[in-house]
Write a protein that binds this ligand. Structure first.
Ligand code: ATP
Ligand code: MG
Length: 391
């Protein structure tokens, strides 16, 4: 019998929340592996066991598990029955022989863990016996400190599981345990990374994008759809709100001093995003701001933007620099899409010298010349919704 044993991470530490977290993780794994020949997914003695049908292929399963938050590591195992009264190392030896059949290595070690301590042999006894067997079978040497291959044996109540190596999971917390947040996605490098960081902490994300139509082509919008699709691989279902922003920007250009435009745009985005966030029962807004990166991200301007919101604004990248953010974007696979040229609404009507130090007084005064509520309403009336599902 082939099965996958999934080990989870910090959620193991979460005391009374553990059953809740475990249930979320089991459900997510079930949904993510749909169609890949899975017989059953179930919690089992502090782990999760994924039973495979004969036709199941390891590669696509591995790829999907590697993106499920909350997983610390996972491995493909042979399961063998264990009789507690008759420690039958023969079946373990046979299973070890099978799992290493396609592995290439010159040194190895055995790592046994007993979840069920009633088994009469200690972990070390098993390590030694199976190690001797694998050595005799392959002629390879044991190396305890830095082996090419570790063969893992987990001894549970009724079965033991044998695996050649482990795959790292992405860590973090299971999708959905931290509620929903509304992520402002611009199509640039930063905001997809900010969204990813919140997904990893167990949030579900609703995406909001402001586009410059009718003053620009659909380019930024197409990019954001692509990015939303990439991020959907982590949460399996996403909603993306597309808000027309060109007309709102035009009104700001007509009605307010040029140096304040950037901050005024941002405050309008926040107000509209907040309404959409409430619709989707989100508890916070998320942006890709990083301190000091551009004019809208100075301490003064961040504070003035913050004031337009009632919900918390989370800025997971605030202390990261561009190189670190870019590396993350490459790792999660959004970088290539983000750097495609586009016409983003932010590049529309940008003043030559945006103020880097606005004050709330100045901005409130500037907003008196605008029909703020009407503009928010207009944006919301014309919003479009796109939905994404994975797999
Ligand atoms: P990014 O790389 O995410 O575009 P940036 O360095 O270009 O960020 P800004 O353009 O100042 O910085 O945007 C800061 C944040 O404001 C973005 O990370 C995003 O969360 C939000 N934002 C900016 N423009 C838009 C937009 N058109 N639609 C939705 N959110 C936006
Ligand atoms: Mg940008």
């Amino acid at each position: 019998m082939r099965c996958i044993i999934v080990h989870y991470h910090e959620l193991a530490l979460k005391g009374r929340n553990r059953p809740y977290f475990e249930t979320k993780l089991v459900r997510h794994i079930r949904a993510a592996l749909k169609g890949l020949g899975i017989a059953r997914v179930e919690p089992l003695q502090g782990r999760i066991r994924v039973m495979l049908k004969d036709e199941a292929q390891w590669e696509p399963i591995r790829e999907r598990l590697a993106r499920i938050f909350g997983i610390a590591n996972f491995s493909l195992n042979r399961g063998v029955p264990v009789d507690l009264h008759k420690p039958d190392l023969e079946s373990l030896k046979a299973a070890a022989g099978e799992v290493i059949r396609d592995a290439s290595f010159s040194t190895f070690r055995i790592s046994t863990r007993r979840a069920d301590k009633r088994f009469p042999l200690t972990s070390m006894d098993v390590d030694r016996a199976i190690g001797a067997h694998v050595g005799a079978l392959t002629g390879k040497k044991v190396n305890l400190n830095d082996p090419d291959l570790t063969i893992y044996i987990e001894m549970m109540a009724r079965r033991s599981y044998v695996a050649a190596g482990k795959e790292p999971g992405p860590g973090g917390m299971p999708t959905g345990v931290s509620g929903k947040v509304a992520c402002l996605l611009s199509g640039g490098i930063d905001s997809p990374v900010a969204s990813y960081r919140m997904l990893k902490r167990g949030c579900k994300a609703t995406f909001v994008h402001f586009h410059g139509r009718p003053f620009v082509t659909r380019a930024s919008e197409e990019k954001v759809r692509e990015i939303a699709e990439l991020l959907t691989r982590y949460q399996l279902y996403s909603r993306l709100y597309l808000v027309p922003f060109g007309e709102i920007q035009r009104q700001i250009v007509l009605g307010a001093p040029a140096p304040f435009r950037v901050v005024l745009y941002r405050r309008m985005m926040i107000r509209i995003a907040e309404e959409l966030a409430r619709r989707d029962k989100c508890w916070a807004l998320v942006t890709g701001d990083s301190l000091g990166q551009v004019a809208s991200q100075t301490p003064e301007n961040l504070s003035v933007v913050e004031e337009a919101a009632q919900l918390p604004i989370l800025r997971p990248l605030i202390g990261m620099d561009k190189i670190e953010i870019t590396e993350q974007a490459q790792q999660i696979g959004t970088f290539e899409t983000s750097i495609e040229p586009d016409q983003d609404c932010c590049k529309l009507f940008v003043p030559p010298h945006p103020s880097t130090k606005t004050s709330l007084d100045q901005i409130r005064k500037a907003e008196r010349g605008l029909e703020v509520d009407t503009l928010v309403k207009q944006g919301l009336e014309r919003v479009e919704l796109a939905e994404f599902a994975y797999p």
